[in-house]
Design a protein around this ligand. Structure first.
Ligand SMILES: Nc1nc2c(ncn2[C@@H]2O[C@H](COP(=O)(O)OP(=O)(O)OP(=O)(O)O)[C@@H](O)[C@H]2O)c(=O)[nH]1
Ligand SMILES: [Zn+2]
Length: 354
């Protein structure tokens, strides 16, 4: 059994909870989500849960519980119960839905850190790393870079230098689950009550790292007969895992697309040096492409800013602007459809009243 604090509870949630003034409910945290079927963990154990009340009818998709959310829960017996309400989130991590649709999908809620995992073989890719950095910074999540499969790499120092050049303030942990190099160092980043999401392409070793952290002892203790993880962990769906030593890991199956949403802040934080340069440009809205007296163009000419880095910035910025525009258009359309529907309803009501 875990305490609420071990599960990630803090003052923010306590305040939200008190404001609800619920009597027959307890706080619980979502472990997995499968359509309207949930698994959650509370101080009293793990339960299967279904939605009730307003969550069942007339809730916006984004208000429905996601992995990592705190909810108001009522147990029916020692295995099942109902979810009444989702507590306001401290934050959440979203990405653009896969495919053409320009709308956001929440991956998980209430996250402190993101382990951005790449493997040190052909998967290593600075530009992909920038994409993840942008998205997690946007949602106030601290990025930590994990470089796995160091056993397969003979130019580790160069690769670390490449990352330090683009993300000087981000911690980097090289490791190998295979020969256990660096694994204990990563554990120091996992603190009691902290929620960490694993992000990275399929096959980089996210599940292997999580399995390692769960440790053999985890399976041996009787405590886990009802615990989150039975047997070896493989990712087929998103899942929140509570470590016996403390710390909450959210595994996330590797997706081919990790599309950006509207990420103005994330871009500014990830490409901080471009931001600093831009302040010296002659024009306030300088696009750094054809304006005179552009400090970014000067830096490119001098070689202090690399062309690859700048092109990556422009590409991610375009993607974000594209999302923002289409999303705005879509919402506007939804709104006007809503208005039209309402006015039709009102019209028929008037007719009835005559
Ligand atoms: N050589 C080497 N192989 C590793 C290491 N870590 C994991 N692997 C292997 O890489 C493969 C993929 O590992 P997973 O842990 O399943 O990768 P994942 O990131 O969870 O993948 P998805 O669940 O598909 O997102 C497996 O065959 C692992 O045995 C490592 O440090 N070195
Ligand atoms: Zn400029």
């Amino acid at each position: 059994m875990y305490t609420l604090t071990q599960l990630g509870w803090n003052n923010h949630f306590q305040k939200e909870w008190d404001a609800l003034s619920l009597t027959d409910f307890i706080p619980a945290r979502i472990i997995t989500e499968n359509k309207t079927q949930y698994k959650l963990i509370s101080e009293t154990g793990i339960f299967e849960a279904n939605l009730m009340g307003k969550l069942l009818y007339g809730s916006e998709a984004e208000d429905l519980p996601k992995v990592g959310d705190w909810v108001a829960f009522q147990a029916m017996d020692d295995q099942n119960g109902f979810i009444f309400e989702t507590l306001p989130r401290q934050n959440s991590l979203a990405r653009k839905k896969a495919g053409q649709e320009q709308s956001a999908q929440i991956i998980a809620s209430n996250i402190d850190k993101a382990f951005l995992v790449q493997s040190l073989d052909h998967n290593f890719n600075i530009r992909r790393l920038e994409r993840y950095l942008v998205q997690v910074y946007e949602f106030d999540i601290q990025p930590i870079i994990i470089l796995n499969k160091s056993d397969l790499c003979d130019d580790l120092v160069e690769k670390i230098m490449e990352i330090e050049a683009i993300a000087p303030s981000v911690k980097i942990y090289p490791c190998s689950v295979h020969d256990e190099t660096g694994m204990e160092d990563i554990k120091t980043e996992v603190k009691e009550g902290e929620s960490i999401i694993f992000l990275g392409s399929s096959g980089v070793g996210k599940s292997s790292i999580i399995n390692y952290m769960m440790g053999e002892t985890h399976f041996k203790t009787s405590e886990i007969s009802d615990a989150v993880n039975k047997g070896k962990h493989t990712t087929t769906h998103r899942e929140l895992i509570v470590l016996p030593e403390g710390g909450i890991l959210i595994d996330n199956p590797g997706t081919r697309e990790f599309g950006l949403t509207d990420v103005k802040k994330g871009l500014e934080m990830t490409f901080e040096e471009i931001q600093v340069l831009a302040e010296g440009c002659r024009f306030k809205g300088c696009t750094h492409q054809h304006e005179p007296d552009c400090k970014v163009q000067e830096a490119l000419a001098e070689g202090t800013l690399s062309e690859d880095r700048f092109q990556s910035y422009l590409k991610l910025q375009r993607e974000s602007a594209n999302y923002q525009m289409s999303n705005y258009e879509r919402r506007k359309k939804d709104k006007s459809l809503g208005k039209m529907y309402k006015s039709i309803q009102n019209g028929s009501r008037k007719l009835k009243n005559k």
